[in-house]
Design a protein around this ligand. Sequence first.
Ligand SMILES: C[S@@+](CC[C@H](N)C(=O)[O-])C[C@H]1O[C@@H](n2cnc3c(N)ncnc32)[C@H](O)[C@@H]1O
Length: 280
Amino acid sequence: MLSYRHSFHAGNHADVLKHTVQSLILGSLKAKDKAFVYVDTHAGAGAYDLASKEMEKTGEYLDGIQRLWQQDCPAALDAYIAVVKKLNPSGELRHYPGSPLLAAELCRSQDRLQLSELHPADFPRLESLFRGDRRIQIHKVDGYANLKALLPPIERRGVILIDPPYELHHEYSDVVNGVMDGLKRWGTGTFAIWYPVVQRTDVSFLERKFSAAGLPSTLQIELNVLPENNRFGMTGSGMIVVNPPWKLASTMDDLLPWLATALGQYADANYRLNWLVSEG
Ligand SMILES: C[S@@+](CC[C@H](N)C(=O)[O-])C[C@H]1O[C@@H](n2cnc3c(N)ncnc32)[C@H](O)[C@@H]1O
């Protein structure tokens, strides 16, 4: 039963962190002309209307992308913000790209995009958004099963974004199993896994699993915008990046203090940047 709809949450602080990291990884891949693949295991609807009925109920983007809109952002955010600006040419913030549209805008003609989405309402929206774009294949299949089919990619370069809803508790072990299986098929691929900070024990579980001996270098990036309460609601979010591009850690080291100030909802908003498995 799929009940999660990203349209209630699009553009919130967690999307800003996730899409920032996604755009930086894609930027690194574009340093070489050689084609790469972008895989999105949990793609969502692809793009969002911030004036929708769903968003009217939560207004989550107001403490997310709205806070970055029309202020001077650090250069590391240029590629991401340029896509949001392109979608909103009038200057009024109304449209927000999901990870698939952000990727489609940032990928080049030689790159390929592989998107999976299961929701019966979001899958057709994704399909119609990209109809005619020959770089993009859209699959109505389980994102982890699709990884088995897609890896290793013919390009031998690329990134896999794994962004599950985490509505059910087993999704924490699903993501670990999915990545471990993916690494067996493609040990040098970049895997970018998003997680929410709701219960600290769930984050610790992911940290333990991704710190395991023998895994490739793995970076953890976390932004906490509200005081942690371990009871209800998301107070922050993070990304675990296996095989990160070499400049990602130093770029995020510069960017995270700025993001914590821009997106923090209390005085002690904070961030973490850790190697779960160190480089080299
Ligand atoms: C957090 S949203 C994705 C948001 C999107 N990545 C973005 O940043 O714009 C998670 C999506 O995963 C979908 N989903 C849930 N389980 C799935 C599965 N096993 N395989 C593929 N998609 C799934 C949900 O329907 C939902 O649209």
